[in-house]
Design a protein around this ligand. Sequence first.
Ligand SMILES: *[C@@H]1O[C@H](CO)[C@@H](O)[C@H](O)[C@H]1NC(C)=O
Ligand SMILES: *[C@@H]1O[C@H](CO)[C@@H](O)[C@H](O)[C@H]1NC(C)=O
Length: 244
Amino acid sequence: TSWCLGRALPADRSLGADGRCSIDVLDGSELSQQQFLERYAYSRPVILRGLTDNTKFQLLCSRSSLLENYGSLKVRLSTANTHSYRKVDVSFQEYVEELLRPQSEETLGSETLYFFGDNNFTEWQDLFDQYHPPPYLLPGTTGAYSFGIAGPGTGVPFHWHGPGYSEVIYGRKRWFLYPPDKEPHFHPNRTTLSWLKETYPYLPEEEAPLECTIRPGEVLYFPDHWWHATLNLETSVFISTFLG
Ligand SMILES: *[C@@H]1O[C@H](CO)[C@@H](O)[C@H](O)[C@H]1NC(C)=O
Ligand SMILES: *[C@@H]1O[C@H](CO)[C@@H](O)[C@H](O)[C@H]1NC(C)=O
């Protein structure tokens, strides 16, 4: 189901393609905590399906439910570039109704305002209390959530940080990843969309990223220091659990 329900925007259709999937995709029941640690936690990304049941959380994240419960609250937006320079505060309703738009290819990442992270966990506590994060633990870390909603064509260009999970609640999100020692070529102020159109098609096979598109019910795990960029193929609601 589309988060926009009957408000699908033209770019929702034209962006379309999921691309290939070169990341292991496993059913949660196929992977024990020990296997997660041995095979993935410190070495490569993995996509896990059906780990936890977030049906209720998804209902609470519908457009109408979020607007009703949180519409009047202020949210902090960031520019979607590698170094996230600018922060802007608007009401959640204004973000959804005025700013949540498909992004064109010409737009610079430094001009796109994106709602992701900087969440107020006091005001939104009732919502986050209903989220069931992935069950695999990484020794010596605890999880911190970042919640976001973004329009088709938006995404964060290549960057890296500590390990974590990203789950899509509504929509589709395409991921591109490189190991820590394979820094990709990209301009920090350009968007993932422009990288996809201008650089990706010309990459030699040995410089191809690991990639896959995730949908509701799927969680991507990225290890420490892995480069990653994302592209929202539809208006997407997503939540990351950063392990630090
Ligand atoms: C979060 O919201 C509460 C209640 O409105 C407010 O007092 C607090 O300052 C906010 N925290 C941040 C970091 O904005
Ligand atoms: C990216 O954009 C920011 C803000 O507009 C600017 O300060 C910075 O110099 C730009 N970086 C590059 C590498 O162009």
